[in-house]
Write a protein that binds this ligand. Structure first.
Ligand code: MV4
Length: 451
């Protein structure tokens, strides 16, 4: 097992990784920007190295600075966390070239899934249901029009280098296709430096359902159920839950088995998430995330499996500590993302947290680096805490969530807690009756007209 791990991230996820390492007897090295020197995970880590000024490109995205810190402190491995360098195949390769272990999948699988056209082709080859659309890239507007005629409007033009909501354009009818194609291509080139686009039939009101998988590269592959992440605004998830209120046990079993079989065939290793759109009883693969996800605690709550611990074991060459048959899915879990933002306008609200009290009790987990006196920096994502509640039934979970939100005290910055409190009183939420558009309709989305 590793003796020392460098955590190439910040915030609650850096703390999460530190905790897993601690419990495994592994020393930790925190790397941080000057804006994060007082962060909780930096205080708790055995060692810390300042790697640069606040802008992420000069610190958390600075591969050379991170690799230098790794060399100086003599770590065995690097955990990239989420975001930042976590899905950068070049970084994963550089880590390996430095004689260190990248705690994550193989670079080839990061690259494969980073190219959304290649990912779509791979998914189809691996037996996953994909959205009807182009076989590969669409070279011209004429080809796009021809294909759209066959599969039917509306269609979406998506950038190969996009994902997570970036670089998509809707063509409701043939009359709008030429313009949408040109726009998507130009936007893709400008945003990603790569203008390849592909085409999919547009699904008007799906849910976003993702399957958590874990594989050790030694023949063991398991799925850990799904998460319903449909409650989002501008591609920022606000609430995630498992199991999805929309699926019946047969559907859950079917998509889980398909996901496992696909990853087995691919030879995938580490944690991964396969994203699907789900509409009218059908699943459609859209993307795969080759990393740990922010919402992983929801899965940990219902399976009792420590996903970060398993990632570390796998990276160290050990087999997974469980197999599919060892997993029992128990109860229901919901995560609320608490952001330092105005709960109505969503304008970021950095500043000093003047008072902090987290809820607790049975079935309540809070992942957060906050403390009284902590300054929320303005330079990063506004996620400051995750509240995860677990109950035996969805209703118990909802009652517990309401109780926990009411206990939560965060003073000095605006947070999304009041929004979550409002949400939990909505009948559609209580009934699990929502899709990917529900939240934006509920809170308004002044710049979201294109979607
Ligand atoms: C779609 C879609 C409808 N039809 N593809 C947005 C993010 C990226 N991961 C894929 N996205 C979508 N792809 C087809 N063929 C609608 C979305 C979409 C979406 C998906 C998941 C969660 C939230 C979303 C919000 C708007 C649009």
């Amino acid at each position: 097992m590793f003796e020392k791990v460098l955590i190439a991230n910040r915030g609650e996820i850096a703390l999460r990784i530190h905790r897993a390492c601690r419990e495994m007897g592994i020393e930790t090295v925190a790397v941080h920007s000057t804006a994060d020197q007082d962060a909780m995970h930096v205080r708790l880590a055995d060692e810390s190295v300042c790697i640069g000024p606040p802008p992420a490109k000069d610190s958390y995205l600075n591969a050379s600075a991170i690799l230098s810190a790794a060399t100086i402190t003599g770590v065995d491995a690097i955990h990239p966390g989420v975001g930042f360098l976590s899905e950068n195949a070049d970084f994963a390769t550089m880590v390996e070239e430095h004689g260190l272990v990248f705690i994550g999948p193989k670079p080839e699988h990061i690259s494969l899934m980073g190219d959304k056209i290649a990912a779509r082709q791979a998914a189809e080859t691996l037996g996953l249901p994909v959205v009807p659309g182009s076989e590969g890239a669409v070279a011209s507007a004429e080809d796009a029009a021809h294909l759209a005629e066959k599969i039917g409007y509306p269609v979406l033009i998506k950038a190969a280098a996009g994902g997570g909501g970036r670089g998509m354009k809707l063509a409701p009818t043939q009359g709008e296709l030429l313009e949408a194609f040109k726009f998507a291509q130009i936007e893709a080139k400008a945003s990603f430096g790569f203008d390849a686009v592909y085409l999919e039939k547009f699904l008007p009101h799906p849910r976003h359902i993702e399957v958590q998988i874990m594989a050790d590269g030694q023949g063991n592959v398991a799925h850990l159920g799904e998460r319903d992440c449909s409650l989002q605004r501008r591609h920022q998830k606000l609430v995630e839950e498992s199991p999805s209120p929309a699926l019946n046990p047969e559907e859950r079993d079917r998509i889980g088995r398909l996901a496992s079989a696909a990853m087995s065939q691919l030879g995938y290793q580490s944690a991964g998430t396969i994203e699907f759109l789900y509409q009218n009883g059908e699943f459609y693969f859209i993307e795969m995330n080759t990393r740990l996800q922010v919402e992983h605690p929801v899965t940990e709550a219902i399976t009792g499996i420590d996903l970060v611990r398993e990632q570390i074991r796998i990276a160290a060459g050990l087999p997974m500590s469980f197999g599919q048959d060892d997993i029992t899915f128990s109860g229901h879990a919901i995560e609320c993302r608490i952001n330092a933002e105005d709960p109505v306008t969503f304008v970021p609200s950095p500043g000093v947290v003047t008072d902090y009290h987290a809820p607790g009790g049975l079935g309540v987990r809070v992942d957060s680096g906050l403390y009284s006196g902590y300054r929320v920096p303005a330079h990063y994502d506004s996620l400051i805490a995750k509240l995860i509640v677990h109950g035996q039934t969805r209703n118990e979970c909802l009652m517990r969530l309401r109780r926990a939100l009411d206990e939560f005290v965060i003073e000095g910055v605006h947070t999304t807690i009041p929004l979550h409190q409002r949400l939990i009183g909505e009948n559609d939420f209580i009934d699990g009756n929502y899709n990917i558009h529900w939240l934006e309709r509920y809170v308004g989305n002044e710049e979201g007209r294109a979607e």
